[in-house]
Each structure stands twice: as C-alpha cells, then as structure tokens.
Design a protein around this ligand. Sequence first.
Ligand code: GLN
Length: 487
Amino acid sequence: MDELNQLTIHEAHELLKRRAISSVELTRSVLERIGQVEGSVGACITVAEDLALKEAEKVDHFIRTNGEVAPLAGIPALIKDVVCTEGIRTTCGSRMLENFVPPYDATVIERLKAQKAIIVGKTNMDEFAMGSSNEHSAFFPARNPWDLSRVPGGSSGGSAVAVSAGEAIYALGSDTGGSIRQPAGFCSVVGLKPTYGRVSRYGLIAFASSLDQIGPMTRDVTDCALVMNAIAGHDPRDSTSAPQPVPDYTRELIPDIKGLKLGVPGEYLVEGTESEVRKALEAAVDSLRELGADVDWEASLPHTKYALAAFYVIAPSEASANLARYDGVKYGYCEPDAGNVIEAILRTRQHGFGPEVKRRIMLGTYALSAGYHDAYYVKAQQVRTLIKREFDRAFERYDALITPTSPTVPFKFGDRLEDPVQMYLSDVCTLPINIAGVPAISVPGGFAGNLPIGIQVIGRPFDEATVLRVAYAYEQATDWHKRRPQI
Ligand code: GLN
C-alpha cells in the first residue's frame, strides 16, 4: 500500500474501522512525512507531536473497546493558525501572537474533538489572514509542493500545502476573500468556503467579521462533505451563525447532475486570465455537459468588476476595528521598556504587526474616518448589496455557477510582493463570493505543465449540498485529484 499519509479520510476511516491500521500508525506516518518535507515546504508553524500521539493512543483504545467509530475518529488534521486551540500555540502568522496559547478551543475544534479527531498542529498563513501568497507570514513562507520556487497561495497556504504534500489527511482553513479556495486551487486540493453563518466563527481570530468563514481543505469532495458534517451548524456562541438545519452532506454525493442548470459568468474571465486556465475551464464545462448538465456560457454578473474595490474598503475597515484590540495590555506581544502607556501601545503595534497588516489598518482607518465614511465605507456597502442581489437573480436561473478559482497558475516568490494591487488581483474570482455570502468550492481542474489549476463552483446560500454534488460529479469524471506532487 501507498504511504498511510496519502490516504483520504474515507479510506483511512475504513481501515481504522476494520482495525487494519491504528490511529497511532496513521499519526506516525503523518508526523514522519512532516519530518521529511517540512524543511522544503514550511507548511507548519507548530507541530504538537506528543499531544497528537497521546490522543491517537486513546482513540485506538476506544476503537478496540467500542464498536462505533465516528468518520473523523483517529484521523490526523492540521489547523490553520487563525483558529484557537486550547493549549496549542495560536500565532495567526504574526509576531503579535507569537507566544499566545489560547485557554479555549474554537467551536470547530470542539466539534472535531467530539468525533475524536487528532489535531497534529497548526499551519502557516499570511499574517492575520491578509494575503494571497503566504509571503506575509511573519515567520517563513510556505512553498508550493508542485514547484518550490512558487507560492502556494494564501492566506491558508500552509493548510493547502500540508494536504497536498501528505503532512495531514485534511486541514481547516479560513476564507475572507478567497483564502481557502485560492490556495486549494494552487496546490490541487479541494477547498470549500461555506455560506456565511454556516460554520461557527467562535474562536476564529477575526480579520473581517462580515466575510470570514472557516472551511475544509481535503483531498477529495467526499472528505470535504465529511468535514462539513462535523463542523457546520448553529452555535449559540456566534450570533451570526445560522439556525438552519444541517443536511448529511455525504448523501448528496451522487455522480448525477442531469438537468442541473449551470452558468458561466463571463466577467470571471478577467483580463489577464492565462490561456491554460481558460482551457481548463472549457474542459470542465465539456465534462459537466457530458454529465448531463445544461451549461450556459452567457451568465452575467456585471457588478463583479466593483467587487474588488468594495472588498478592499470593507475588509480593511473591519480589520482596523478588529485589530484595535492588540495593544499589548491583555495578551499578545507587549513592547518592553516603554516610557509610558501611549509609547508602549505605539511600539507594540509598530513592532508586533508586519507591513501588510499595517497597510490594511491604515486603509480601514482612513475609510472609516469622519469625513470619508460615507464616500468610502457606506458606498462600498451599497455596492455589496448590488452584488448580493445580482447573485440572487442569477440563482433564479442557475443551480450553480462555474468559474476559474484564480486567473493564473501559482506565481513565483517575489513576483507580486512589491505591488499590493497585483497581489489583490489574485482574488478577483473568489472575493465576490464572500461579499455575497454564498458558498463556493475549488476543486482540482487540471494542470499547466506541472502547475495546478482550480475550478470554482458557486452555489445558493445554504446550498452547499448542490455545490458538493456538482463538484463530486466533476471529480468522478476526472482524475486530477488523484495526482500528488513529487516531493
Ligand atoms: N487575499 C485576500 C486578502 O488579502 C483575502 C484573504 C482571505 O481570504 N483571508 O485580504
């Protein structure tokens, strides 16, 4: 058999249930893989080896004495370092939280633990989830396992790399404007951003609270559905989490999309879309048609062109408010030897935050300031409403929309670092979805040479089931998801 660390969740679950393997063996395999590749890929900020093995032993004992095995039981996961884990350092990719050990678990972690999942550690990310390349990690950049000279995407780059390279069976990421889907596309894994409100944000370190969502990053669509089953659902501790019931997402995984109406919005083939990406989209549309879907190339979402501008007002505005809490007083980095409290706060923020985070705080503070609030923030919120309504209208005609996840394949380190607007353009296809609050998945959709291309499926609010069904049917008709990087 292949290395255990290359299994999917559902494959590992079958083997664990039959006791053909143990959780300790599986966890060891993942830890060994981390030992082999971490020096090249830099996907992890913290590895909780002893804790993981201890938990794995407990699960093995439980499996031996108890028939019932939950789908995620005994299976090792890595968690983006923006999600609080009790007793495991949670840095958010920032010096500001370099030594922060949360005294509590995020709701998603509680839910994984309720299934006896094994938390192996925390993954690398752009500082405070601001970025598209992992180059804004305060510690070191994660590298793309398909080509180490290229970025893995961001901000959940470490999670995408880990799943792709075999350092975990699955991972959690967070997505404010594309941070799950864009790195998933860049590393050829599956990544889902659920509907806003579908998954609790309790214990997720806030970037832009009206846009942030936690979601799964996995090796196939079935695994994605299994993780969603565990983490989705109402949480009284997150007032924005929705009370809607959660279906069993695995029940929707039927390779049949006959009669589904799918739209391809031309606006998502933005200027600068690489020809290989366009070809991959065309091939995906052909596959979907062969599977019986009715695909319309004429779908149109004309306000898409304002989404990026609106996002870069709304997200920094919310970030500037959320990040005001890092003053060195209650927790996090605190500048030593400051003369007085003002100086202490100023220097804490000067040295605790990196350049991109400071840029966002300045943008947001400016957009919210008294004289400009109406011109920028209020205007951006109005644009947001237009975009949302446009999606609502599109979903009267289509069951789902199909786009590239990103206009380009993974780019080289340094290519976009000096030009923030170029970096922001990495997310043109993904951030309108956060603005509208709807769900979307990125699935492996081919390669340009050795470089992965992602295909995005966007669905109606709370209709992750259809998104997963389309993604699953497409996945069954292709074998892109079976390829693994040679590293
Ligand atoms: N790349 C976008 C940004 O830098 C989105 C990041 C995210 O989704 N967290 O803001």
